[in-house]
Write a protein of this length. Structure first.
Length: 474
């Protein structure tokens, strides 16, 4: 194992949680053993959460049981989620480190059979941002929810669609299409720090960026904007506290367990989307996925391969070898699910949650973004991206003989030092092994692979509020 990945693996696997402290987060620990987790507390979540009356802007003086019971469970829910976020993230990174080691080993064996040089992953910058974020999460939370804002839904329904005259009314609206009142949260995450001294002993430049986002708390649709991503050397102290209020609806006519459970369940579901500090690098569901394709491409480009269309062939071969290893280690489902998720996010990169909602509820709010709600499972075998799935289909149908044919042909050309056209070679090998013209094979592959991709469309259910408690009717 090369030194860089081992060093970072030890740094991460040495993380241990204690009471509001980081043990071994900054210094390497010995061994690659599985991290042992210990309980920890975040004192910011202790004490009562203030309750504000949305109409008056003053302390809530009502007697609704749902409001008080939700407030009583609020810190417990928030602390529980915070703990789960930290523990799940460390386990996630451990899994990715383990997968990286396995990928490096398997790719090394595969490319060695092609006569290529030693394959290693460049992990000199890997996990540094994640470690800074985890360190911050353990020491203190990103989110500071200052208060709950309680809205009397019966009173709101009587004045619908008009909004109350209150500074807190910017985070609620009456939706005439559904006949319901809706809530939102908007946040701004600020990061700023001064870079370390450079090699000449001079101070670096100040770095600042921000992430703004918003979420409809009842539909789980929202927006997500990042000014610019985080640098590798971001310290854990660079993240500023995020302060917000959290609105809730209550009705004296509906004050039962069902309404309380809905508030609690949607609160946790909303935290999943709005409290994702790791989305500075990539969305939660896409980080570290993709089979290390940049490393594979760089490795293939560095080899002596006797084809005359290297620009095209290097991309196709490196992606194919990466896919072969990904299928071996994780299954083809990993490729299909990531393709559909990435396609959806590339079509609408500003979307947060289950879909795009720009939340332009008030005067002066003019956020813009393009939304394409359906990520179609379409590939074109004539494009490099589509040819990738022809290669996957060939591997699934023809198995190891397909890889062996490619390997043998490339080694033969290397022996005689005579370049051939890489694309023509691959299509010829597919014809030889499948026993059918390439165009026919490609058409069948297109149908099959599009079917597999369509099975991995993202379709998350959206929670619905108790009907009687959020009706626009008196």
């Amino acid at each position: 194992m090369p030194a860089p990945i081992k060093k970072h693996a030890i740094l991460l696997l040495g993380l241990t949680l204690t009471t509001a402290l980081v043990v071994a987060a900054e210094e390497p620990a010995g061994g690659d053993e599985v991290v042992k987790m210990e309980p920890f507390n975040v004192t910011a979540y202790h004490g009562k959460i203030p309750i504000i009356d949305g109409f008056t802007g003053k302390d809530y003086t009502g007697d609704n049981d749902v409001v008080f019971n939700f407030a009583q469970s609020f810190n417990k829910l928030l602390l529980g989620y915070h703990k789960k976020l930290v523990l799940d993230e460390i386990k996630h990174l451990q899994f990715r480190i383990k997968l990286g080691k396995e990928f490096e080993r398997e790719m090394g064996k595969l490319t060695a059979a092609f006569g290529f040089g030693e394959f290693t992953l460049d992990n000199s910058k890997w996990l540094r941002r994640e470690r800074a974020i985890i360190t911050r999460l353990i020491r203190e939370p990103f989110f500071k929810i200052k208060s709950l804002v309680a809205w009397d839904l019966d009173r709101l329904n009587k004045m619908a669609p008009k909004k109350p005259d209150s500074k807190y009314a910017s985070d609620i609206r009456f939706n005439p299409e559904t006949g319901r009142w809706e809530r939102r949260v908007t946040t701004r995450w600020d990061v700023n720090f001064f870079n370390n001294r450079n090699r000449r002993g001079k101070w670096g430049n100040a770095f600042a960026t921000d992430k703004t986002q918003g979420l409809n708390l009842d539909t789980h649709k929202g927006f997500h904007y990042i000014e610019r991503g985080l640098p590798v050397d971001v310290p854990s102290t660079a993240f500023q506290e995020v302060k917000l209020t959290y609105p809730i609806f209550y009705s004296d006519n509906q004050a039962g367990e069902k309404e309380l459970r809905y508030l609690q369940e949607t609160f946790i579901a909303n935290l999943y989307f709005i409290y994702d500090p790791f989305s500075w690098m990539a969305r939660r569901d896409t980080r570290f996925r993709g089979g290390f394709s940049p490393d594979c491409l760089e490795h293939v480009q560095a080899q002596r391969i006797y084809v005359d269309d290297r620009d095209w062939f290097d991309v196709v071969l490196s992606r194919f070898l990466s896919d072969v290893i990904t299928i071996k280690l994780q299954g083809a489902e990993e490729i299909y699910s990531l393709h559909m998720l990435s396609k959806r996010l590339s079509e609408c990169p500003r979307a947060l949650g289950v879909g795009l909602d720009l939340l332009n509820w008030n005067k002066g709010e003019k956020r813009e973004a393009i939304d394409k709600p359906e990520a179609e499972a379409r590939i074109s075998p004539t494009s490099p991206g589509g040819f990738r799935y022809v290669m996957i289909d060939a591997h699934q149908r023809l198995g190891e003989p397909f890889i062996e044919k490619i390997r043998s042909r490339l080694l033969a050309q290397k022996e005689i030092r005579r370049p051939i056209n890489g694309r023509a070679m691959l299509t010829q090998l597919i014809e030889e092994l499948s026993g059918m013209p390439y165009d026919e094979f490609a058409r069948r592959a297109e149908i099959t692979q599009e079917t597999y991709l369509a099975q991995h469309k993202i379709n998350r259910p959206t929670p619905q509020p108790p009907a009687a408690a959020n009706s626009g009717k008196d």
